[in-house]
Design a protein around this ligand. Structure first.
Ligand SMILES: NC(=O)c1ccc[n+]([C@@H]2O[C@H](COP(=O)([O-])OP(=O)(O)OC[C@H]3O[C@@H](n4cnc5c(N)ncnc54)[C@H](O)[C@@H]3O)[C@@H](O)[C@H]2O)c1
Ligand SMILES: N[C@H](CO)Cc1c[nH]c[nH+]1
Ligand SMILES: [Zn+2]
Length: 418
């Protein structure tokens, strides 16, 4: 269906999260109150599964290697190498110490102590997410790295997900998914010790849960149902675009795809191609709109898509005009699947318009920085007047006196001319 610019900008992506807040809040509270017992019961109620274990035992990892084929492990290793390289090289983890004559100022980075990674596993399994979150966490130096992921129908964790967790060297893996996993990571249960920060993507229940617990635990970002927005002109290969659109729509019934085309003919051609590939539910979340490239970029910046694909003449020269997007794919030969798996960029990205205020996952997600200073006596003389003036203006006398006493002036004295 060709729709208007306003239709696209008013797509209620955040609302689908708000719609589940009530049910998710109840799940969170149950786990907070009843711990492991709630995890077992909720997993049975929602996933229809009797868990074999909450924490995955060591022997399960060995068994997993027996069933995963070598070429798949090789693919994980290649992805690991590219993700490691991209994330190490692009990390801003750079301690800085500025030695001025009168003072030393510095900024140093330290890792978050513990991180809980949500690895989705409802409709599909996501071993790639174990790499996308685990590798940056390890580069940052997180001390305790744990994962939660939904169990399969046998009540166990998917073998390939276990292998991926092993390759990244997760410390603990738990067979729990959904909002119940987020609550366990945020508040702890008898088996799962709480973490300092929760990261990783998931469906609307998982994402709503992350939003609800963020008063008590840090989160990376809302990374919910996948999205793609494509800007295309007549240089675009419409078959490639149709596959990219379907690739993101196949993640979730709540996923959304938008293609902005320069002509109606192009829009109709892409609609036909998507129609040939997609099922009914996927097609109902797919929209096209006719717009020139300048307008399309403006729409995209307002929509703030998780994935932006730019396939039009001179696209690589317009990257500076992109203000809001999770990750950008330029040209006919950059499928979103390249970033999903193996080029090296991260696939954990903000959705629902949150790319306006959040970035995708990176090493920095697991770092915080501390600033420090050592002021020399001459340095305090240089800035002391300003400090005392501002402290006085703010009505905070001890701030002023803490400087005054160091300047060898009487802190109990009068105004000292400042
Ligand atoms: N934005 C990103 O960076 C990114 C990356 C990868 C995947 N994703 C998204 O992750 C999601 C994966 O979704 P999924 O469902 O396959 O796996 P999931 O692990 O996110 O969710 C499965 C869990 O959802 C819970 N759940 C399902 N129905 C429920 C209900 N009616 N009430 C309460 N809880 C319910 C269950 O506990 C289940 O274990 C997709 O939306 C995909 O698009 C996003
Ligand atoms: N496209 C997803 C992010 O929206 C990431 C992913 C993982 N596996 C396949 N794709
Ligand atoms: Zn994908």
């Amino acid at each position: 269906m060709i729709v208007s610019k306003d239709f696209i900008l008013n797509l209620e992506r955040k609302k689908s999260l708000e719609d589940v807040f009530q049910v998710v809040r109840e799940i969170i509270d149950r786990v907070k109150r009843d711990g492991d017992k709630a995890l077992l019961e909720i997993t049975n109620e929602i996933d229809g599964v009797d868990l074999k274990y909450i924490r995955v035992p060591e022997e399960e990892f060995d068994k997993a290697y027996d069933v995963v084929e070598d070429p798949v492990i090789d693919a994980l290793e290649l992805a690991k190498e590219n993700i490691s390289n991209f994330h190490s090289i692009t990390s801003v983890d750079r301690d800085i110490r500025l030695d001025f004559d009168h003072m030393i100022l510095g900024k140093k980075y330290t890792p978050i102590n513990s991180a809980g990674i949500y690895i989705p596993g409802g409709r599909a399994s996501y071993p790639s997410t174990a790499l996308m979150a685990g590798i940056p966490a390890k580069i940052a130096g997180v001390k305790r790295l744990v994962a939660c992921t939904p169990p399969n129908k046998e009540g166990r964790v998917n073998a390939l997900t276990l292998v991926a967790c092993d390759i990244v060297e997760f410390d603990e893996v738990y067979a729990v998914g959904g909002a119940q996993a987020i609550s366990a990571l945020a508040y702890g249960t008898e088996t799962i010790e709480r973490v300092d920060k929760i990261a990783g993507p998931g469906n609307k229940y998982v994402t709503a849960a992350k939003l609800l617990v963020q008063n008590d635990v840090a989160i990376d970002m809302p990374a919910g149902p996948s999205e793609i927005l494509v800007i295309a002109d007549e240089t675009a290969n419409t078959e490639f675009i149709a596959y990219d659109v379907c690739a993101q729509l196949e993640h979730d019934p709540s996923s959304i795809a938008v293609v902005l085309c320069t002509t109606e003919k192009l829009a109709k051609e892409i609609e036909t191609r998507v129609g040939d590939l997609a099922n009914e539910q996927m097609s109902s979340n797919f929209y096209t709109c006719v717009a020139d490239i300048d307008t399309a970029i403006a729409i995209s910046n307002s929509f703030a898509p998780e994935h932006l694909t730019m396939v039009f003449e001179g696209a690589e020269d317009r990257i500076d005009e992109i203000e809001n997007a999770g990750s950008v794919f330029i040209g006919n030969h950059s499928p979103v699947a390249s970033g999903d798996y193996a080029s090296g960029t991260n696939h954990i990205l903000p959705t629902s318009g949150y790319a306006k205020i959040y970035s995708g996952l990176s090493v920095e997600t697991f770092l915080k920085h501390i600033t420090y200073q050592m002021i020399k006596p001459e340095g305090l003389k240089m800035i002391g007047h300003a400090i005392m003036k501002l402290a006085e203006a703010e009505g905070l006398p001890f701030h002023k006196k803490s400087v005054k006493v160091r300047l060898k002036e009487d802190p109990k004295g009068g105004d000292s001319g400042v």
